[in-house]
Design a protein. Structure first.
Length: 172
């Protein structure tokens, strides 16, 4: 059995060239190939610089956010507080005034508010806002286990400087 060399047609090569050009790769026609490239000259030993990373949110930088199983365990073992209610289709930052007032009035005694919201992709996530005498500012648990684009896990946030549940700067 005699094997013939495979000769691709021009169409797949043109498609490959177009993809390589689109990706920023240089393509040389066969007529310009001249063998293996010469070895590159040794590079000067300069210290490589990495691009600057964006600043971490202040709460995370201070170590005030807890993620994953530890956040879930802390949620499950949290101190029970009186409820300010449950909002089924809430939007963080745009909560009804009566719920905001309930939470503000409970800072000295303690309360919890449960808000179910929807991500941009349409997946639900649940926020548990908590205030009380042993909580500095606002404590917030976030259950994003049904939101795969939002982390898909639990988190806990400490928001000591938040003036109200509609003005939380440490939340994601």
């Amino acid at each position: 059995m005699r094997m013939l060399p495979c000769r691709p047609t021009a169409a797949p090569i043109a498609v490959l060239a177009a993809v390589l050009l689109y990706c920023g790769c240089a393509v040389q026609p066969d007529s310009q190939l001249q063998g293996p490239p010469a070895p590159a000259a040794p590079a000067a030993t300069a210290t490589p610089t990495l691009p600057a990373l964006p600043a971490l949110p202040a709460a995370i930088a201070r170590g005030e956010a807890i993620w994953g199983i530890e956040a879930l365990e802390r949620f499950e073992s949290r101190e029970p507080l009186p409820s300010c209610g449950e909002l089924a289709d809430g939007q963080p930052g745009l909560l009804p005034a009566d719920l905001v007032v309930c939470m503000e009035n409970a800072r000295g005694t303690g309360a919890e508010l449960t808000v179910t919201a929807t991500s941009e992709e349409g997946d639900p996530y649940v926020l548990y806002y908590r205030v009380g005498p042993s909580i500095s500012g606002i404590q917030m648990f976030v259950d994003s286990t049904r939101d795969p684009f939002g982390g898909g896990s639990w988190s806990e946030w400490a928001c000591p400087d938040a003036p109200s549940i509609n003005e939380i700067s440490c939340a994601v």
